[in-house]
Design a protein. Sequence first.
Length: 160
Amino acid sequence: MKKLTLAFDMDGTIADLYGREHWLHDLKTGKKGLFANLETMVNMTELTRLCEGFEVIVITWLPMTTDLRLKNISVEEYKLQVAKEKIQWIEKHFPIATTIHPLDYGVNKADVLGDSVRTHILVDDNKDVRAMFEEEGGITIDAQADILEQIRTVRKVLGM
């Protein structure tokens, strides 16, 4: 039997982008290192322990490109830079993740999973993203609540 998958969002779920001073300005102006240097939002050692027995992936959006005010870098180069920084952050702080999907902003996160969405639990701070995922048959966890406690509950329900 295939393992159930925990699919984590990054920004605002496990990486504290929105708590960083000047994050929006830094994002819009293409500040290098913005995503690579984010603080964690949860105890990552405990999260990793709770994820044992699940397949773990990360599905994260790249910045919305319509509001960018970039200098000396193209939008495509900036998106590649951000993807690289996010992958580095995940490899450093959440190495249990076996797959990382950096998606263009606004893409339905269920789309990357296809028919297997029903074997995934998405952990995300954005209620609209969770709603889209649930419409496709997936299960979600609200990252604005205590995700460690919610994953403990999932483990208990599954007899893990």
